[in-house]
Design a protein around this ligand. Structure first.
Ligand SMILES: Cc1cc2nc3c(=O)[nH]c(=O)nc-3n(C[C@H](O)[C@H](O)[C@H](O)COP(=O)(O)OP(=O)(O)OC[C@H]3O[C@@H](n4cnc5c(N)ncnc54)[C@H](O)[C@@H]3O)c2cc1C
Length: 418
């Protein structure tokens, strides 16, 4: 019998598998897809996630392959928050297609000894594991649902997912642009809607935004998108040859409990929201970073099961704040009325002129301000033996520092698990 079976090989499940192996637990990921998803939802990797990769010694390819951006936006307001003053060795966001992020996380999980089985759709839970479509059972002491917003694990465990339905929809287009914006990037928002343009590898650009005149769940066509973008930006930038056209809604929900007995949920299986701010994948990886060392310690008999309750206690409030922030940003992005436009102008001006406000928003968005009862994550610093904390954390163990004992996930510890 396995220590842990993870359902879903998205970014959350892949990071969790690596963490569980680091903690000595046996783990298999069961993934429904035969092949990885070629369409990348996420592009943005925030500073705390970059730190987490650094704390496990896998940050280099991310730094090498990504576009580094020293600021971020809140609700597509024109004035952007400065990340360069954040107290971190990585004061920037990284832009990398989610598909590549997943490849790098998969490499790490496999190198650590995890097993990943594709074309294995889980249809339910059993008393000792999970059941696959072909009725075979994979036995494990613990099951973690990292299976996205429609999580079968969450549903089979009877974990409620309360929240609200979509009322607004954004559009997404990965296309070729014959006349891209001069700098390659653009962010335009006004009473007729919004569009953000960023370059992707392979000569493609991503256009993403909202349109009050075409606000519906159906997948857009190239023609409707041309009209949308022309209306908002005055040009369709010569868009052609779509690689991916999609819509996403603002349905907002959170799992009532992140743990039910031997079943846990993480990432999109635990929280869903409008993808403004580019944070969902980041929070999922950070859920996994909080859960991994705890579940490994419990599953291998080094800690009692009540340690797992701290996963819900610590991460559910972070998910609730994520939902509040993405709702606030959605309200700003879709504030098309004259009053809404005035609110956007006032807030944007404050971001530009009130350094405290800009810093607080940047700290929240970056994930650096997340604090549990024991405190916020301990920043990188030099230890008594001359080594750096982030390097010492690579072993996934507790680290003694001048400011006290630090847990494997980089937060202060109350007491070490033996
Ligand atoms: C347009 C858009 C842009 C976004 N941009 C960003 C961004 O810039 N930054 C950011 O942080 N986030 C962003 N997000 C959000 C991000 O993509 C998600 O939060 C992230 O994919 C969640 O990862 P996950 O591993 O929890 O779930 P998923 O990525 O959904 O992975 C779940 C996996 O489980 C598998 N699965 C599902 N059911 C089963 C089953 N029954 N059996 C076996 N396997 C199963 C699926 O096939 C899938 O591989 C964006 C989202 C959208 C829609």
């Amino acid at each position: 019998m396995l220590d842990v079976v993870i359902v879903g090989a998205g970014p959350t499940g892949l990071w969790l598998a690596g963490e569980l192996r680091l903690g000595g637990a046996s783990v298999t990921i069961l993934e429904a897809r035969r092949n990885p998803d070629p369409n990348s939802k996420a592009l943005t990797i925030h500073p705390r996630t970059v730190e987490i990769f650094d704390c496990r010694g896998v940050v280099e390819p991310f730094l090498k392959e990504s576009l580094s951006i020293p600021n971020g936006h809140f609700g597509a307001l024109p004035d952007r928050m400065d990340f360069s003053a954040l107290d971190t060795p990585h004061p920037y966001t990284l832009a990398l297609p989610q598909m590549r992020t997943e490849e790098l996380l998969e490499e790490r999980a496999l190198a650590a000894g995890a097993t990943i089985l594709r074309d294995r759709k889980v249809v339910g839970l059993t008393s000792d594991g999970v059941e696959l479509e072909d009725r075979t059972v994979v036995k494990a002491r613990y099951v973690v649902g990292c299976d996205g917003v429609n999580s079968i694990v969450r549903q089979a465990a009877g974990i409620d997912f309360p929240g609200t339905e979509s009322t607004t929809w954004g559009y997404l287009a990965d296309v070729v642009l014959d006349e891209p914006p001069a700098s390659g990037v653009a962010q335009i928002a006004g009473p007729t809607g919004g569009v953000m343009i960023v370059p992707l590898p392979g000569g493609i650009h991503r256009l993403v935004g909202s349109d009050p005149f075409d606000n519906r769940p159906e997948r857009p066509t190239l023609e409707t998108l041309r009209a949308t973008v022309r209306r908002i930006a005055g040009s369709d930038f010569g868009m052609r040859d779509p690689v991916w056209l999609s819509r996403f809604g603002n349905a907002t929900r959170q799992a009532a409990s992140y743990r039910k007995g031997n079943v846990l949920v993480a990432g999109d299986a635990a929280h869903m929201h409008f993808p403004t701010g580019g944070v969902g994948m980041n929070v999922g990886i950070q859920d996994a970073h909080n859960l991994g060392w705890k579940l490994a310690a419990v599953a291998t008999g080094r800690a009692t099961a009540d340690l797992l309750d701290t996963y819900h206690a610590e991460r559910h409030p972070v998910g609730a704040e994520l939902l509040q922030h993405t709702r606030a940003q959605t309200a700003l992005m879709t504030a098309y009325s004259p009053e809404g436009q005035a609110l956007r102008a006032v807030l944007s001006g404050l971001i530009a002129t009130a350094p405290d406000m800009s810093k607080q928003l940047a700290e929240r968005l970056s994930g650096l301000s997340v604090a549990y009862a024991t405190g916020p994550r301990v920043p990188d610093h030099t230890l008594a033996d001359g080594s750096r904390l982030f390097h010492r954390l690579r072993a996934g163990q507790y680290v003694e520092t001048p400011v006290g004992l630090v847990r494997p996930d980089g937060h202060p510890a109350q007491a070490a698990v033996s």
